[in-house]
Design a protein around this ligand. Structure first.
Ligand code: ADP
Ligand code: MG
Length: 278
C-alpha cells in the first residue's frame, strides 16, 4: 500500500504498555509529547496532532508540516517574550496610543509621537522629554512608548523619579548599587516619570545624575516633568550639575511640550455637565 507522507496510521498494531493494550499510534503520540516536553517545545507538543491531521488532509509534505509546527513555536515564544518584557518594565498602568485622544492636545504632533513608537530613536540611543502641566497625558504617552519598545524587542525599565532615587539610595546602602546600575544598563530605554514633583536629597540627586550621565549616547532615557528646563535647577540643586545634565540629556533628544488643561479635569467637567443636562 502506498500512502501519502502524513496520511493516517497503517493497520493498528497493539502492544502491552503497563499491562494495558495500547495502540502503537497512541504510544508514538505519547512518546512524542514527552520528547517535546523534554526539549521544552510546549507549543509544538500541544499543536502537532492537529497540524499533522491537517497536513495529511491537505497533502502537505513532511517539510511543510515541520515548518508550520516550528513557526507556531517561534510565534508563541515571541509573544511570551513581549509579555515578559512588559512585566519586567514595571509600568504603573498599561496605557496605549489607541486610547490616547490627540485632539485634546493640539500642540502635540501626532505623527511625530507615533513616529517615536517605531523606536528608531531608541536604536540610535537618543532621548525623549515630555514637559508640561499635570494631567496632560505625559505618563500615558511615556507608557505607550515603553510598550511599543517592549513589542519591538527592547528592554525597558519604568520608574517615577522618586522611586528611582529611593531605589538607588537603598541599593547604595546595601552595597548592591553596582549590580543595580548594571541592570539599568541592560535596559535600552529607561523611563523616568515625574521628575520635579518631589524634592530629593543631595545624595539622591547625585545618584540620579550618575545614572543619566552614564547613559549618554549608550542608552535612551525618556523623562517626563512638570517643570520647564529653565527650572530644573530646583531639581538638581545647583546650576553646574543642571547644565551638565541638560547638555547630555538634550544633545540628541526629541522634546515635546504637553501643556494644556488637565484631561482628567476636562473629562470630569464634561461628565458633570452631562449629569446636569439630564
Ligand atoms: P500626566 O502624566 O501628564 O500628569 P496622565 O498621563 O497621568 O497625565 O493623564 C491623566 C489621566 O488622563 C490618565 O488616565 C490618562 O490616561 C488620561 N489622559 C490624559 N490625556 C489624555 C488624552 N489626550 N487622551 C486620553 N486620555 C488621556
Ligand atoms: Mg504623570
Amino acid at each position: 500500500m502506498v500512502r501519502g507522507p502524513l496520511s493516517g496510521p497503517g493497520p493498528v498494531t497493539l502492544f502491552r504498555l503497563q499491562e494495558r493494550c495500547v495502540p502503537m499510534a497512541d504510544v508514538t503520540t505519547e512518546l512524542l509529547k514527552a520528547h517535546f516536553r523534554q526539549l521544552r517545545l510546549p507549543t509544538m507538543g500541544r499543536e502537532f496532532e492537529t497540524l499533522a491531521r491537517d497536513a495529511a488532509a491537505t497533502n502537505q509534505t513532511f517539510t511543510q508540516f515541520l515548518l508550520r509546527l516550528t513557526e507556531l513555536e517561534l510565534a508563541a515564544r515571541a509573544a511570551n517574550a513581549v509579555i515578559t518584557r512588559i512585566r519586567d518594565a514595571g509600568f504603573p498602568v498599561e496605557k496605549d496610543f489607541d486610547t490616547f485622544d490627540f485632539t485634546a492636545l493640539p500642540g502635540l504632533s501626532k505623527p511625530k509621537v507615533l513616529e517615536l513608537g517605531r523606536c528608531e530613536w531608541i536604536e540610535q540611543k537618543s532621548n525623549c522629554c515630555l514637559i508640561g502641566s499635570h494631567g496632560t497625558g505625559k505618563t500615558h504617552v511615556a507608557v505607550a512608548l515603553g510598550l511599543a519598545a517592549c513589542r519591538a524587542g527592547l528592554r525597558v525599565r519604568f520608574f517615577t523619579a522618586a522611586e528611582l532615587v529611593s531605589r538607588l539610595e537603598k541599593e547604595q546602602k546595601q552595597y548592591t548599587l553596582d549590580r543595580f546600575l548594571g541592570q539599568l544598563d541592560r535596559a535600552q530605554l529607561l523611563i523616568c516619570d515625574e521628575l520635579g514633583y518631589v524634592t530629593m536629597s543631595r545624595g539622591g540627586v547625585e545618584l540620579l545624575f550618575r545614572v543619566f550621565a552614564d547613559r549618554y549616547e549608550r542608552g535612551s532615557i525618556l523623562v517626563t516633568s512638570n517643570l520647564p528646563f529653565s527650572e530644573w535647577g530646583q531639581i538638581f540643586q545647583g546650576e553646574r550639575m543642571t547644565a551638565a545634565l541638560l547638555d547630555r540629556l538634550t544633545h540628541h533628544a526629541q522634546i515635546f511640550e504637553m501643556n494644556g488643561e488637565s484631561y482628567r479635569f476636562r473629562e470630569s467637567m464634561k461628565s458633570k455637565k452631562g449629569r446636569k443636562a439630564e
